[in-house]
Design a protein around this ligand. Sequence first.
Ligand code: MG
Length: 271
Amino acid sequence: MRIARFVAGDNPAFGAVELAADNGDHPDTINVLNGDPLVGPVNYTGERLHLDDVRLVAPVIPRSKIVAIGRNYVAHAEEFGNEVPGEPMTFLKPNTSVIGDGEPIILPTASNAVDHEGELAVVIGRICKDVPVERAAEVIFGYTCANDVSARDLQERDKQWGRAKGFDTFCPLGPWIVTHLSLEEAADLELVVTVNRGGQVLERQRSTTSLLVHGVAELVAFVSSFTTLLPGDVILTGTPAGVGRIEPGDRVNVEIEQIGRLSNPVVAQDA
Ligand code: MG
């Protein structure tokens, strides 16, 4: 199932997305759900809308935190001359950094060097602590695309990454959460990041989740060994090589096989 959150009238609602690619008889459709599938059972209201007629918002606003992993692809660690850490290297992004598909990434005036980082995101489905690797699948709600937007100059200057990674709009998530992938499937997904600039499409990142140094189950186990995870919390698994600058007027696209494409325009603060 693909769980999206959307706005068609006044309030955001959840829906299950059916793509024409799966069933060519109808256009892309969203089947409206009652309640929040992260906290209760999924009930269809019976209402069906065309996907084109709704505005998607972030499929989840993490209740407590986004735990991100640094330097989890060898080629990305090497592009900045860093070693791959023996244990996963973690940092936190605030839940207020989250935006959805189509919403603008706002480049803050405090930085002159903002990069995209396309990543596979893991959405937690249950309250959990000290999850063994072999039980990680039980606490995973699903997967989505993420962009761990990073102010590279502030990351170097501050040493601590709270500001560089934590600006509002610095965590696009979406377009929806895919709940049907197994751990094995999630461990072999192609990830491609492109930037549309002035009509040109620039391919920046192309890799596969099979190259994650610490895989999804290991990350769930490691993160839950030090912090309780709540339903809706998100783990960002790290970015592959090819991170690069984004500028006002760009559109940055993070596409992950079997999940979808997260696309966000880039604007300057106060633009
Ligand atoms: Mg990252």
